[in-house]
Design a protein around this ligand. Structure first.
Ligand code: 3PG
Length: 396
């Protein structure tokens, strides 16, 4: 159920769970993307004359108030982005919250203090859920990126109040359905990043679901090693060779084409501008480190993208944060963006590093959908249930 099903919200106290766990530096929000992406929902509720009450967590304060993890600066940033005042209450339950809510007029916006200042939040404690629910008539979950947490404000509230998906939640779920659950085939996935160990479940799930899987980044080295190739001083989890073999085998059984790098850009130091050279993966020098995929590998990824109707992307394929080792990621991203713009590809990407890499390549706006989620996007790629989403579905 979405906001379309919520009926007349005029004068109603609407608890909106957002994920404003945003990057901060010295008390200032340094990337407001997560705030900007919920503005349509907030504006819609304001225009409907609802009393808009924002619930959110920030950081991991472990059930106690921590001044550095107050949401106050985030409420100020939200007011700037929204272009209207956002009041702030120093507690999310009890008398402090109740009196701030009682002062709201229709169409006003209030942010309550960090839900994780109470231990009941992460425990999804019944009494805490009820204390939160006492402040609202309706619950809107707009925090897809926190939906992998079964917490009071992300899961519990959906059981005790009429619950609806906000517009961002709706868009995220729609994109994920198009990405993996009911995609236009063939589907290609690109998975990069440094370690296989953090993405074992994800790789196992993807080989069973996609038609082609590109593995890049540091994690590809473990696969090259498992295939008996030398990777010099490259990042490589040698103890995971058997796991990599099992994933190669599972890909074969599922008719999933596994696309590994065929060449690598190699340097002796992990440093921007380090002298570098491209080698075939059968000729990586013993003293070198593979820091990016080479041009032949980019061509193979581009060909896989050309063959696909859907792309799901998580993780850069090289050390994109240091030039010139960003070239492989940038070239693959631009190719995917061009295919998307030409109407040939549905492209869905997510995860913190991935979004940074696509921004760096200057193509974020050209992808079909970029998720705001980090951990939740990974868990979805792993095929795990997302408790925040499941609770909404059960209510519906
Ligand atoms: C995120 O930033 O990915 C979410 O807000 C979840 O945060 P958490 O990992 O602290 O639960």
């Amino acid at each position: 159920r979405t906001l379309d099903d919520a009926g007349d919200l005029k004068g109603k106290r609407v608890l909106v769970r957002v994920d404003f766990n945003v990057p901060m530096d010295g008390g200032r929000v340094t990337d407001a993307t997560r705030i900007q992406r919920v503005l349509p929902t907030l504006n819609e509720l304001v225009e409907a004359g609802a009393k808009v009450i924002l619930l959110a967590h920030f950081g991991r304060p472990k059930g106690k108030p921590v001044a550095a993890e107050s949401l106050r600066p985030i409420a100020e940033a939200t007011a700037r982005e929204l272009g209207r005042p956002v009041a702030f209450a120093e507690d999310c339950i009890g008398e402090t919250a109740a009196s701030a809510i009682a002062a709201l007029k229709d169409g006003d916006v209030l942010m309550l203090e960090n839900t994780r200042f109470h231990a009941g939040e992460e425990k999804n404690d019944k009494a805490f859920v009820e204390a939160l629910a006492a402040n609202g008539d309706v619950y809107v979950n707009e925090a897809f990126s926190a939906a992998h947490r079964a917490h009071a404000s992300t899961e519990g509230l959906a059981h005790v109040l009429p619950a609806y998906a906000g517009r961002l939640m709706q868009a995220e779920l729609d994109a994920l359905t198009k990405g993996l659950e009911a995609p236009a085939r063939p589907v290609v996935a690109i998975v990069g990043g440094s370690k296989v160990s953090t993405k074992i479940d994800l790789l196992k799930n993807l080989v069973a679901k996609v038609d082609a899987l590109v593995i890049g980044g540091g994690m590809a080295n473990t696969f090259l090693h498992a295939a008996g190739l030398g990777v010099g001083k490259s990042l490589c989890e040698r103890d995971l060779a058997a796991t990599a073999q099992a994933i190669i085998e599972a890909a074969r059984e599922n008719n999933c084409a596994l696309i590994l790098p065929v060449d690598g850009v190699v340097a002796e130091e992990f440093k921007a501008g380090a002298p570098h050279h491209t080698y075939g993966v059968d000729a990586i020098p013993e003293t070198g480190m593979i820091l990016d995929i080479g041009a032949l590998s980019v061509d193979r990824i581009s060909a896989a993208i050309d063959d696909a109707k859907t792309l799901v992307w998580n993780g850069p394929v090289g050390a994109f944060e240091i030039a010139p080792f960003d070239q492989g990621t940038v070239a693959a991203a631009r190719h995917a963006a061009a295919r998307t713009k030409a109407g040939k590809l549905v492209s869905v990407a997510g995860g913190g590093d991935t979004v940074a890499a696509l921004n760096h390549a200057g193509v974020s706006a050209d992808f079909t959908y970029i998720s705001t989620a980090g951990g939740a996007f990974l868990e979805w790629l792993e095929g795990k249930p997302l408790p925040g989403v499941d609770a909404l579905r059960r209510q519906a």
